[in-house]
Every structure is written in C-alpha cells, then in structure tokens.
Design a protein around this ligand. Structure first.
Ligand code: CU
Length: 503
C-alpha cells in the first residue's frame, strides 16, 4: 500500500537505480524512460524528488551545489557517550528524543536535520555483553519513525519491524539483551518506504557492545578506541540537504559529521570502528600505502588480524581496524582516502605516547556452525516490467509485502542461503542484510569468500551478478524478521522479504 507511492517522486527516483554514466538499462523488456545521472546538477534538475510524506519542517531543497570545502580545517568530532538515566544490577536505561535540529556541517551554514538528541552525530550508546539495555525513544518529528538496532540479536518485538512505527508525539522503549559478542552495531530508522529519507537526514547512531571476554586481548582502548561514521550528502547553497535523485550524486563525504576533517593522534596504535551509514554507497578506503590492520567486522572480532591495503564496505557494514601511527614520521600527516571521494580524513601525528596495547595474532575464533539442514536461493532484482516512473525491487520475484511470509525458518536450525544479485545485466550493485543473525560467508561465485567477507557478517556486498553463499544459525527468538538490500532506496521500493522463525 505504501512502498512505491511513498518513495516515488518522478524521474529522479528512477535515477536511483540507474548505474552511473548509463542512460538506460541495457537489457530487453519494458524499460523506463531513460534518465541520465549528470552529477550534482542532474540531481538539482530532478529537483526535490523525495517521497510524499510530509516533512517535519520545511525543506527548501534548492539546486544542489558542490560546496567549497577547504580540506583539513576542522577537527573530526568524537561522538558523545549517552549517559543512562537509570541503572539496575542487570540493565541500563537510556532516553533519546528524535527531533529536528539545525546543525552546522558546512562552515557558517545550518543544515536542518532529523537527529537523535538534537546533535549530529547522535550519541554513542555503550552497552556490555550480557547486560541489558533499554532505550526509550520519543518521537518529536512531525512524521512517524522507528528504530532498528542493526546487528543486534534481539526478539522480534524489539527489532524495529518496518511497519511498527512511533507516531509523532509518541514514544517506544526498545529492550536489547546484548547477549552477543563485542561489536560495533548502529541504530537507525527502519520505517518501510521512508527510511531512506530518515537515515539520510540524520537518524543513525553508534551502539558499541563491549565484551569483557575481549578485555584480555589488550587492544587499544579508551581514548584510543574511536568510532567513525562515514556517509555522504548533497547540499544546496543555503546548507540544506538535497534528498532524492541519484544517491551516487551526493558529492560530499562526511566523517563523523564533517567534510574532510583532521584528527590529531599520538604516535601509537589506535582502534577505529568504522560504520558506513550512507543510504547507498560503497566506500573503498586506503591510507597512502600505510598498513591498516583489520581486526573485526560487522559482528565482532575476526579470528586473526588481517593487513589490508584497502577497506571495502557498503551501506550498513562495519570495519574494525587498528592503525599504528608510529609507522608515520613524527610531526607529519597521513591521509585516509576513498576511491570515489578522494581525501577523507587527515591524521596528524602530533604527540608521542607510550603504547602497551597489542594486536594479538589470535583474536576470537569463529564458532563452528552445525551442518545446514536447509538450503535456499535468494535472488535480488529490479523489476522494470510494471511500468511507472520507478521500478520495483523484488526478492525471488516479489516486492515486500508485510502480510506475506516469504520463508519459515525453524528455530535453532542452520541454513545455507545462496544470495544472488540478479541485476548483473543492469550493472546495479546491491548488498544484503539479514536481521536477527550474524552469518558466515561460505563462498562467493563458487570460489572462496572475498577478503571483505571474512568473519561474522550481517550485511554482505553483492556486486552485479555475484552469488554469495552464507551460513547462519537461527537461534533464540521466534517471530517475523526482515531481510533486505541495505541500499535503503532499494529496500524502500520493495527489495525486502520476511521470514518467520517458528518452533
Ligand atoms: Cu540494492
């Protein structure tokens, strides 16, 4: 009832699914009218093509610009930690208000945003393995929203199901048991059809599960354990976000909410937990040839550290890395660069420091899962056959319908899913996120997993034509959970399905 109308706005929305530099899908069939992404100007020409849900405030949405940013003139902000309003022997309780706020992102300009707690970035919620968290969200926006804790192993009632919304003026408390290993999770809006705009306008925050079982590893901690949030944005001349059009046109990368900041570091090891909160983006980060050691991914630590020349991760995915700035000449700088955006973040090595932290050769073994008893094929595709200005996103041929159960999964069972990007002919990239579980990638295109597939994953990248086999055990909870492309504009046009976990 809502998916397409809610997101459709015209030609610009179709551009969401056109590969960059392509004028139209290349396969036969009833293709839509061609729309050519032409960079920021093209997005401006498409105008404000967001969905028709009323905004929480007036969003002028003038023509998009490429703002003049002088690189490395502002410090990278650090997310503030949210303090509990109450604590018991077993749980911490937090309160957060979802509300509009004007935030300075570009120097001297105010960007109206939809925030957690009035700031951007929102606060980091720091949880602990085995200790429950309750977060009460009050909705002070003028439109309904909800909250999903991405990567959490949580019962269905607290998973932020896409049809269960918090109405304006309402509130809802989500309970998270945190019965999972240490990891960077993140909370964000997950209202079906409207979450691309909610997340784009600022509804995303860090949630770190600290795990006492990992304390003995002596990884960098405290001030040397820094969460970083990467995303993109498109602005008009007044500093407003421009929403709609082709997400590939968003021409400003934000690092903890700022374009091209610097970060002053000591000549020692730092742990950076990085999440891609862009609604539709693949980041490919490198560090001028210097060593980046990956220690973890979506669901927690890897079995062993891996040195990486490039970190490749798509919307929703996390990479947990250690960078040793003693490898950089003291008093100099090194720049973290993205393959698309170029320079993103400059590290300035300005202090000496003793460093007793380590990156042990063994981190955390992967659990050996039982043999799978069920194998399923899950094909993600874009269906242009239905006409209209935008295509329909489908999984196994069907767009999301919350009244339909697409799979029934027996609780406790282990399954293999062959997840394919069936849009190879169009050149569309997707990814795939499964709620409730952390999975292991068994193979990619019949061969070994790619480097970025290692460890416990909840979201996996699917380049055009790729087939990824993942294995998961569905423990713990019953009820309905969704799985979907985490390019949120794709999920919003239907690229989502749901499973019901049963006994
Ligand atoms: Cu997709």
């Amino acid at each position: 009832m809502l998916a397409l109308g809610a997101v459709a706005g015209g030609a610009g929305a179709a551009a969401v699914l056109l590969p960059k530099g392509t004028t139209a899908p290349v396969t036969a069939g009833a293709a839509p009218a061609p729309v050519t992404p032409t960079g920021a100007g093209g997005a401006a020409a498409a105008g404000h093509v967001g969905h028709s849900v009323p905004s929480g405030f007036a969003v002028p949405g003038g023509p998009a610009i490429r703002p003049a940013v002088t690189p490395f003139t502002v410090p990278m902000p650090l997310a503030k930690e949210l303090r509990p309003v109450a604590s018991t022997s077993t749980a911490d309780r937090y309160e957060l208000t979802v509300k509009p706020a004007d935030v300075e992102i570009l120097p001297g300009l105010k960007t109206p945003m939809w925030t957690y707690g009035g700031s951007f970035m929102g606060p980091v919620i720091r949880a602990r393995t085995g200790r429950a968290t309750e977060v009460s969200f009050r909705n002070d926006l003028a439109l309904a929203t909800n909250v999903h804790l991405h990567g959490a192993h949580v019962d269905a009632a607290n998973d932020g199901y896409p049809m269960e919304l918090i109405e304006p003026g309402g509130s809802r408390t989500y309970r998270y048991p945190n019965k999972q290993q240490g990891a960077l999770l993140w909370y964000h809006a997950h209202s079906h059809g409207t979450d691309p705009e909610h997340v784009y306008r600022g509804q995303h925050g860090f949630y770190i599960v600290d795990d006492p079982a990992e304390a003995g590893l002596n990884l960098p901690c405290g001030a040397f354990d820094v969460p970083i949030m990467l995303r993109d944005a498109l602005f008009d001349a007044a500093g407003n976000f421009v929403f709609g059009g082709n997400p590939a046109d968003r021409n400003v990368a934000l690092v903890n909410g700022k374009p091209q900041p610097y970060f002053q570091v000591a000549a020692r090891k730092y742990r950076f937990r990085i999440v891609n909160t862009a609604t539709e983006r693949v980041f490919r980060l490198s560090l001028a040839g210097a060593k980046i050691t990956q220690i973890g991914t979506d669901g927690g630590l890897l079995p062993a550290p891996v040195d990486k020349a490039e970190l490749k991760f798509s919307s929703g995915e996390r990479v947990d890395v250690v960078i040793d700035f003693s490898q950089v000449k003291f008093g100099s700088s090194i720049v973290l660069t993205d393959a698309t955006f170029g320079p993103m973040l400059r590290f300035d090595v300005v202090r000496r420091a003793t460093d007793t932290s380590k990156v042990p050769a063994r981190l955390r073994p992967l659990e050996v899962l039982p043999a799978a008893t069920v194998t399923r094929d899950v094909a993600i595709a874009t269906d242009f056959s239905q006409g209209g200005p935008i295509p329909v996103g489908v999984i196994n041929g069907k767009p999301f319908d919350h009244n339909r159960i697409d799979m029934t999964v027996k609780r406790g069972s282990t399954e293999l899913w062959n997840i394919s990007n069936a849009d190879g002919a169009y050149g569309f990239t997707h990814n795939f996120h499964i709620h409730l579980v952390q999975f292991q990638v068994i193979s990619r295109n019949g061969g070994p997993p790619a480097p970025e597939d290692a460890g416990l994953k909840d979201t996996v990248l699917l380049p055009p034509g790729d087939v990824v086999q993942v294995k998961a055990q569905f423990t713990g909870y019953l009820g309905k959970y969704v799985y979907h492309c985490h390019f949120l504009e794709h999920g919003a046009i239907g690229m989502m399905g749901q499973m019901e976990i049963v006994d």
